[in-house]
Design a protein around this ligand. Structure first.
Ligand SMILES: Cc1ncc(COP(=O)(O)O)c(C=O)c1O
Length: 469
């Protein structure tokens, strides 16, 4: 679906009231879910006493309780009660070969058995992993591995400032670049500023410049206005739009950022934590043929194995990470680039390439997107729709991400719409379909026609619970 069509459908959805599942039906679904997931609930109840909120993954959907998972294989996951789910969460994007991809797991098991997990010294896998990334990504000549996407984003800001000698970072509203102090600003929804920044002193945002997506004028003004206030060091960009494309960007948006970065001698930073090796083996930079100065990578580069993050880019820029004390940009981490992560990176990228994993996952996503849109078209009163960027799918049922925060009742609207979408998600979970935040689905190369059929039948059921107008 093209940008203009997506925006039109979103506006139409926002113009409608959300369509809740009636209370009695919802109660039945909640009861069914709770009855199926007794062990998960038991674990949650105990965890609440010793883990804040009872769950470590507090960015995931955990209503009315988090599922405790037992195992995963291919595109399926099983909880501790033995329930099976079609998995479109895929750990939040990193799994594209499918869960438990044996050739990769064997390499890691072998490494642990014969070489041990870490020494704190270098290993050849660092070189092999860096070479594999460089080979695929057109904007990358050097790589510094870190331990998470959040860390890699933080490092990118520091490198941009050190290289340009400038101060300000433009952040696009609604985008997510991890949870570091400077970046927890207007996350999820544009113009929400410090709404989700509890515990972060206001001063931390002194040099974060918030620009809303597709605000071409505002973008240029931000560069101009800050020229005499330290200048813009970099623009942090999710290339398919904030929240992995939940806020799609105009086809000219990235090109304009590139042009303005060149004009004002700032670095264009592509956060490819989700798009790298999922949208294309060469990331969004290859897909759109727009070459950033810095690239941030995460989770998918180790395909679910821990310690996953990297900042990468052109040699002359990345060289600010080398040199003697006082000269170099200080980034690192005890377990950064440990042999397990590096072997996982090297072999994961190798198997993705050999299996054409990205193409296969994208082909499935295209097919599912088409089929779901056909299904949703049978209920034109709802206005639901799906769009995808390759293997990254977004489904819109209430468009809570897109509520205009300037509306007087914006927060009420957002929460009300989110609750309706969350309830759809609870029903899909209760029937064995796992997605992300009730709005997103990732595909892997193993999703097949059986997965497609099941997904459609679960959504058919959800639609049947929503009364007509
Ligand atoms: C675009 C983007 N950047 C950065 C991050 C943060 O990565 P991590 O969770 O590894 O810190 C995420 C996580 O979802 C992300 O989607």
């Amino acid at each position: 679906m093209e940008y203009a069509e997506i925006m039109k459908r979103k506006d139409e959805l926002l113009a409608r009231a959300p369509r809740p599942i009636p209370k009695d039906k919802l109660e039945t679904e909640h009861k069914l879910y709770a009855a199926r997931c007794r062990k998960s609930i038991e674990i949650f109840e105990k965890a609440k006493g010793i883990i804040p909120g009872g769950v470590q993954h507090n960015l995931s959907q955990n209503k009315p309780f988090p599922l405790a998972m037992d195992r995963a294989k291919g595109y399926k996951i099983w909880d501790v009660d033995g329930n099976e789910y079609l998995d479109y969460l895929l750990c939040g994007a990193p799994i594209i070969l499918g869960h438990g991809y044996e050739p990769l797991d064997e390499k890691i098991i072998d490494l642990i058995r014969h070489k041990g997990p870490a020494t704190g010294l270098t290993s050849e896998y660092e070189l092999l992993a860096a070479e594999a990334i460089i080979k695929n990504m057109p904007g990358v000549e050097m790589v510094r591995f870190l331990q998470s996407g959040t860390e890699a984003d933080m490092a990118a800001l520091r490198i941009a400032r050190a290289y340009t000698g400038k101060l300000k970072i433009i952040k696009i509203g609604g985008s997510y670049h991890g949870w570091s102090d400077q970046m927890v600003y207007s996350v999820h929804i544009p113009q929400t500023y410090n709404l989700e920044a509890k515990g972060v002193p206001g001063e931390c945002f002194a040099h974060t410049v918030d620009v809303s997506p597709n605000d071409f004028e505002g973008l240029e003004k931000a560069f101009k206005d800050h020229q005499d206030k330290g200048g813009v060091a970099g623009v942090m960009v999710e290339p398919i739009g904030g929240e992995s494309g939940a806020h799609p960007v105009h086809p000219d948006w990235n090109k304009t950022i590139r042009r303005l970065c060149d004009q004002y001698e700032a670095l264009m930073i592509f956060d490819e934590v989700v798009t790298g090796f999922r949208l294309d083996m060469g990331g969004a930079q290859k897909y759109y043929n727009i070459i950033p100065d810095l690239t941030v990578l995460g989770k998918i580069i180790t395909h679910g194995y821990p310690s996953s993050g990297a900042v990468a880019g052109k040699k002359d820029i990345m060289k600010v990470c080398a040199g003697s004390i006082g000269e170099k940009v200080f980034v690192g981490g005890t377990l950064a680039a440990n042999p397990i992560s590096m072997a996982a990176c090297y072999y994961a990228l190798k198997y993705m390439e050999e299996n054409k994993a990205v193409e296969k996952a994208a082909a499935y996503a295209d097919k599912l997107t088409g089929a779901l849109n056909d299904l949703f078209a049978t209920r034109p009163d709802l206005g639901f729709f799906v769009y995808n960027f390759g293997a990254i799918m977004h489904y819109m049922t209430t468009a809570f991400f897109s509520v205009d925060v300037k509306a007087p009742d914006a927060l009420v609207q957002i929460f009300a719409r989110k609750e309706v979408a969350d309830n759809y998600q609870i029903v899909t979970m209760a029937h064995g379909l796992c997605t992300l935040a009730g709005t997103r689905m990732y595909a892997c190369m193993q999703h097949d026609d059986e997965a497609l059929k099941k997904t459609l039948s679960i959504w058919e059921y959800v639609l049947s619970l929503i009364p007509g107008e």
